[in-house]
Design a protein around this ligand. Structure first.
Ligand code: ADP
Ligand code: DP6
Length: 429
């Protein structure tokens, strides 16, 4: 570990995601997912604590200066028996920070104001708990950028280099372990994969890798965690080269206001699969066929004839299978309200098609379309006046639909120039 004198400010950003194909299936290692990274990023800047009085503090202070009262203070100590460094949240209300988190605008739909005319980030006049998230994977991008910033800060370049493949591999594995610990559950981890690598085809790691670790702080935790994240037993498969947006196309995401959230969708789908293995295997097997075609089509484009027929067919048959799975499991993955919206958007000239991203439900859709102003203009006309009459299926009424200011991006985690954040960083008193 570098000596204190050598610690230099570092900054890292990581992208959000949109999950395009393979939802639920990817929870099983037999299947892969197609996930796109987005151009909305979360940034983390880390630097020595600067106190006005010159006093040295043995603390890590984390702040989200875009939000009200968003500062967390931690003390740290080395545990016995190689349990690692234990981090304890402190109660003392000391203000500023050494680690700062800054999120691009598209992560939240709250109105914000720039600190200065050239400011890339907005100040939101709300607490973080009142922020309206747009669901772009803020927690995974945050954990990834945070982990990368901390590793870059405390380790020498020989020990950790974000620009090297090995650095990315260790960052990926450690971020997965941290995100699972923070969320208290093991998802497929597709969001951490896209935060590190950008758009990719993703096959998950075996969940048993993490369940065999001792609890954080318990004897030999540090040593076992290190061996796991640096070793070669981590069996994730990430194929970046297989995913390219066909020339001339782009993704557009729409945020859908709705009065209902459906908790427990994953649990319910997995229960259905357990109770109906034959039906589930048939549907999932067909989805996998579609995924192969889909991944390939995204990679090679559509022969340049401009009508994207092959892609249209793949999207249509994937959606039909998703609806079949929705019906069989009684989970609103692509509920009728979203079918109507997707069909209306897909009928706009220049729109190739669209799906409900990730776990599905009522709150978003993602569309693939020709990257032309007039196509977005026509699409805007359709979504801005979109209204489903009366209460839809399941008692859910869809409200306003908005186009988010994001698009796909191939770039994963990257170092940033610390100067971008200057106006957001304040001294500790
Ligand atoms: N700007 C931010 N600063 C600090 N924490 C944030 C910020 N944005 C999001 N988070 C954290 O990420 C969590 C959101 O995670 P999650 O509910 O999984 O949403 P998402 O679908 O966007 O990943 C929040 O509970 C919050 O703790
Ligand atoms: C069901 C899933 O396969 C995909 C869920 O994708 P979303 O994009 O809906 O996820 P969140 O951002 O966590 O809400 C679960 C998983 O793979 O972990």
């Amino acid at each position: 570990m570098a000596s204190n004198l050598a610690l230099q400010p570092q900054a890292v950003s990581a992208p959000g995601k949109v999950f395009v194909a393979g939802g639920y299936l990817v929870l099983d290692r037999k299947y892969t997912a197609l996930v796109f990274g987005l151009d909305a990023r979360i940034h983390v800047e880390i630097e020595p604590i600067r106190t006005k009085s010159g006093v040295t503090l043995s603390e890590i202070i984390v702040r989200s200066p875009q939000f009200r009262e968003a500062a967390w203070e931690y003390g740290y100590r080395l545990t016995e028996g190689d349990g690692g460094i234990a981090v304890t949240q402190l109660r003392a209300p000391i203000a500023p920070s050494s680690i700062s988190i800054l999120a691009d605008q598209a992560y939240y739909s709250n109105p914000g104001t720039p600190l200065s005319p050239s400011s890339r980030f907005l100040k939101f006049d709300v607490a973080l708990s009142d922020a309206h998230k747009t669901g772009l994977g803020s927690s995974a991008a945050l954990v990834t950028a945070f982990t990368a910033a901390v590793l870059s800060y405390y380790l020498s370049k020989d020990e950790f280099d974000l620009e090297k493949e090995e650095g990315k591999r260790v960052l990926h594995n450690l971020s997965q372990a941290s995100h699972c610990a923070a969320q208290g559950k093991v998802g497929s981890g597709f969001d951490i994969a896209s935060a590190v690598y950008g758009s990719c085809l993703y096959r998950r790691f075996s969940p048993s890798l993490l369940s065999s670790l001792p609890a954080p702080g318990a004897a030999s935790f540090a040593q076992k965690l290190r061996a796991l994240v640096e070793g070669d037993t981590w069996d994730v498969e990430i194929a970046k080269a297989k995913v390219k947006m066909p020339r001339g196309l782009r993704l557009v995401m729409c945020d859908v206001d709705c009065g209902s959230q459906t908790p427990g969708m994953v649990k319910k789908v997995l229960k259905w699969r357990e109770e109906n293995p034959q039906e589930a295997d048939r549907i999932w097997g067909s989805c996998r066929g579609g995924m192969r075609g889909g991944g390939g089509a995204y990679a090679v484009g559509d022969g340049g004839d401009g009508d994207y027929k092959k892609l249209k067919d793949i999207i249509a048959s994937n959606r039909a299978l998703i609806r079949e799975m929705s019906k069989a499991s009684d989970v609103p993955i692509e509920p009728p309200q979203q079918t109507q919206l997707l069909d209306a958007c897909s009928a706009v000239p220049g729109v190739v098609g669209g799906v409900v991203p990730g776990a599905g439900g009522y709150d978003a859709i993602v569309l693939l379309l020709e990257d032309k102003e007039e196509v977005i203009g026509e699409l805007r006309k359709v979504v801005e006046i979109w209204k489903v009459d009366g209460e839809g299926d399941g008692g859910v009424t869809i409200g306003k639909v908005g186009i988010l200011g994001v698009r796909e991006d191939m770039v994963g985690v990257r170092r940033e120039d610390v100067e971008i954040y200057r106006e957001w960083i304040t001294e500790t008193s």
